[in-house]
Every structure is written in structure tokens, then in C-alpha cells.
Design a protein around this ligand. Structure first.
Ligand code: NCD
Length: 304
């Protein structure tokens, strides 16, 4: 299998590349349980300049299950970048001496691309500003495939903060490699960027924009809900104006197809009522596990 180099954007992969990662992730279901020493002696550095629970811990869990070692920081304050003003370039030129792969999350758009330009070792984007989160998109595609038995032919709603949410940017572009139809549901101020809609349409995807959760959940196979990205609003009053507008409650689940699934990259705040957790459609806590096997697949294809 051809090794992966950097993974900065979901657009670094074509359909064949995505399918190969999803196939490898399926193989990793067994390896994840048994554990392996395929990556023994390899080191993964996690540089998290922004908060994370699932992305960092699932990358670490993935690397440990493959027998590799992990190091890094989870808090920018404790790094020289935060504490002493070191540049991203200098941080990368240092960490590349300590590890075999760098996993980076950073609040600025373009940060992961910049890191990869300064790095002699592979770089994985674990979230760059509001721009992209390609490994989340891969685990989302893996989850959709796992829960629905395929991706082609599905109707999928992407809901919530489509403007600042990086997961939906990468997922929307990733999905456009498949034969799907997409509903985009967001408050007016948080609609998907026109460039991404144009990209999806150019790839032959049917895209419909709707303005309510009720319209988003009806008649689709997958509802992908997201959190309003409070931390990315330039003006907190803009956040106050939209917060709480888009929520899924039990009444919305009753409008859904019985065999539909609800996914969410998590963390959730108030956009997904806790009452929904016990419905058969709720798959977001199972989706979390896809992060382990998908990231095992990515690390193994990069370093194996
Ligand atoms: C997301 C992120 O960081 O973009 N979280 C994640 O990686 N699972 C979504 C979010 O923070 O809302």
C-alpha cells in the first residue's frame, strides 16, 4: 500500500485514498482489541495549541495500541510557543528531531499547512482554525459507512455551525467524493461558505440549504449535528444572537426515519438534548470509537 505523507486537508485524498483508509480502519477493529507492535519504536508528537479531549486522546490511544510511543503538550501555556513566544516554525523544527510524526491542532487557519512546510517528518492536521479537520471527517465517513452499510445513495444533513465548524467543512468535501445528496441546515449567519457549496456542486452532489432543524431531520439517513463554535466568533454579541437557535430534541427525533442515525463530532453543549441519547438513532458515543480505529489506520499507513 502506498504510504501516506502529510494529511492537511481532506482534499489531499481522492475517493480511492479515502476508501483505502476506511478499509484499513475496518482491519484495525481487531488489532485495536488485540494490540500490536507494528509501530514499535515509532514516536508520535501531539502539539495541541487548542483544547481537545477526543482527538488527542484517540490519537494517543491509537498509537499506543500499535505499540508506538507518544509525547507532546496539550496546553499551549506549558509550551514555549505560549509561555515564551516561540514561532510555530521553530517549534516544528525542534519537535521533528524528537518524533516520527507530528499531530497538530492550532487556532489559526493554514497553521497545519505551514507546519508541514517546515517539517521533515509527516504532519497530520488535527484541526486548523475554522478551516479543516480531516481526520474527524475520515472517522465520520467511517462511522457513516459502519452504521449505514455504505455511503453511496445516502441523504445526509449537516447541521449547526456550518460557518465556523471545521468538521463540517472537511466532511462536506469528503462526502462529495460519494454519490450522496446533502442538506445544509444552519442559522442564516452560520451558513456554509459558498466556496465549499460550489466545490460540492462541481463534484455533482445535490445540495439543498434549509433553515430549520425540522426540515433538516426529515427524510434523511444521517443527521450530523454540530456545536455553535462560540470561541471563533469575532464578536460575542453575534454568538448571543444565534445560540440555542438550532437544537435537536425528542420532538425532532420523532420526525426522523426510524433507521436514520444522529452523529456529532462532540463536544456538545445544548444543541443536542440529553434525552436524545437513549433513542435508537443516537450513535454519537459509538462514533467516538471510530476515532481510534481510523487514527490507527492513518498512523499505520504513514509510519508502517
Ligand atoms: C471538534 C473540533 O475540535 O473541531 N471536536 C472534535 O475534534 N471532535 C468539534 C467542536 O469542537 O465542536
Amino acid at each position: 500500500m502506498k504510504p501516506l505523507n502529510d494529511l492537511i486537508s481532506i482534499q489531499d485524498l481522492d475517493r480511492d485514498g479515502i476508501d483505502r483508509i476506511l478499509g484499513k480502519a475496518t482491519e484495525m477493529e481487531a488489532v485495536a482489541k488485540e494490540r500490536s507492535d507494528d509501530l514499535k519504536g515509532k514516536i508520535m508528537a501531539c502539539l495541541f495549541f487548542e483544547a481537545s479531549t477526543r482527538t488527542r486522546l484517540s490519537f494517543e490511544s491509537a498509537m499506543i495500541r500499535l505499540g508506538g510511543g507518544v509525547l507532546g503538550f496539550a496546553d499551549v501555556i506549558s509550551s514555549s510557543a505560549g509561555g515564551k513566544g516561540e514561532t510555530l516554525a521553530d517549534t516544528i523544527r525542534t519537535v521533528e528531531k524528537y518524533a516520527d510524526v507530528i499531530v497538530i491542532r492550532h487556532p489559526l487557519d493554514g497553521s497545519a499547512r505551514v507546519a508541514s512546510e517546515f517539517s521533515s517528518i509527516p504532519v497530520i492536521n488535527a484541526g486548523s482554525g475554522s478551516e479543516e479537520h480531516p481526520t474527524q471527517a475520515l472517522l465520520d465517513l467511517y462511522s457513516i459507512n459502519k452504521f449505514k452499510g455504505g455511503i453511496d445513495g445516502l441523504r445526509i444533513s449537516l447541521c449547526g455551525d456550518l460557518r465556523y465548524g471545521r468538521t463540517v467543512h472537511s466532511l462536506g468535501m469528503g462526502l462529495s467524493n460519494y454519490d450522496v445528496s446533502i442538506k445544509l441546515a444552519a442559522p442564516d449567519a452560520l451558513r456554509m461558505k459558498p466556496a465549499i457549496i460550489e466545490e460540492m456542486i462541481a463534484k455533482g452532489i445535490e445540495v439543498e440549504e434549509v433553515a430549520s432543524i425540522e426540515a433538516a431531520v426529515q427524510g434523511v439517513d444521517v443527521v450530523y449535528m454540530t456545536r455553535i463554535q462560540k470561541e471563533r466568533f469575532p464578536d460575542i454579541r453575534e454568538y448571543e444572537a444565534v445560540k440555542g437557535k438550532f437544537r435537536i430534541g425528542l420532538e425532532d427525533v420523532s420526525l426522523m426515519r426510524k433507521d436514520a442515525v444522529i452523529l456529532h463530532p462532540l463536544p456538545r453543549v445544548d444543541e443536542l438534548s440529553a434525552e436524545v441519547d437513549s433513542t435508537p438513532q443516537a450513535k454519537y458515543f459509538e462514533q467516538v470509537y471510530s476515532g481510534v480505529v481510523t487514527r490507527m489506520a492513518i498512523l499505520s499507513m504513514m509510519l508502517g
